[in-house]
Design a protein around this ligand. Structure first.
Ligand SMILES: [Fe+2]
Length: 245
């Protein structure tokens, strides 16, 4: 009895973002959710912290050799299944895009490969956490020439990339956007990534936030992050571009 009174009220801290533009919830295609039940539970958690709309961004990299056509077919099937399961607790699952790895083992070529983008030809990119001598600046410039906007996922997570580095300056001078993982702000990836996450935001170098949700461990951490007072302060004092998506 009165169990509901004991439950901690879930903060909808991320409501101002409206949209999450980075998650791995297409079942069975990468290191994200393993089945549709897990996808649904993660989506419910995202809605509970304020997200109304979600884009799926499966990995495209050497370890997950996904093909764009196959990913789109899988997504269309999943959309139908989700529609049948929606009890009003799910956010809108808008579309499937991708998180494209650029490292010495893998890089999609602009104008050659059919990349899956977020609306407005926005391409979500990531680097390896390990290769520190590979900066695909030339490839990024080629994408930009073809009208793509590049968004670098979680710059705070690359141990070799300093916020005051020449690489960051170059990317910012080129007009490359940065997306910080919200879980970084609650220490999910360690103290260094947390500190860098806040630094990027405070320096005005982070235009987007993403959840990068993979599974229920991330979903639980997302709820904890939404209740973090420092994160709540950031959400009130800063504006991000997520709602444009
Ligand atoms: Fe990701």
């Amino acid at each position: 009895m009165f169990d509901f009174l004991k439950q901690k009220k879930q903060s909808k801290s991320f409501s101002p973002l409206v949209t999450d533009m980075h998650c791995h919830l297409l079942p069975g295609v990468d290191d994200g959710s393993s089945n549709i039940q897990e996808t649904v539970e993660c989506l419910r958690a995202m809605a509970s912290v304020g997200f109304q709309k979600v884009y799926f961004t499966p990995h495209f990299q050497a370890n997950y050799p996904n093909e764009e056509n196959d990913i789109q077919k899988r997504f269309a099937t999943l959309k139908k299944q989700l529609a049948a399961m929606d009890d009003g607790t799910l956010p809108e699952v808008a579309a499937v895009s991708g998180e494209y790895r650029f490292d010495p083992r893998f890089a999609r070529r602009p104008g050659v490969d059919n990349v899956l983008t977020l609306p407005g030809k926005r391409l979500l990119c990531e680097f390896s956490l390990h290769f520190n001598d590979y900066m695909p600046i030339d490839i990024f410039a080629e994408y930009q020439k073809l009208g793509y906007t590049l968004i670098l996922a979680h710059p705070e997570r690359y141990p070799y990339l300093g916020i005051h580095s020449s690489e960051v300056k170059t990317m910012k001078d080129m007009g490359i956007f940065f997306q910080i993982n919200v879980l970084s702000l609650n220490g999910f990836y360690g103290d260094t990534a947390m500190q860098k996450g806040y630094e990027y935001i405070e320096a005005g170098l982070a235009e987007y936030l993403g959840t990068d949700t993979h599974n229920m461990r991330y979903a639980k951490a997302l709820k904890d992050t939404a209740n973090n007072k420092k994160v709540q302060k950031i959400m009130k004092s800063h504006t991000f571009l997520n709602s444009q998506l």
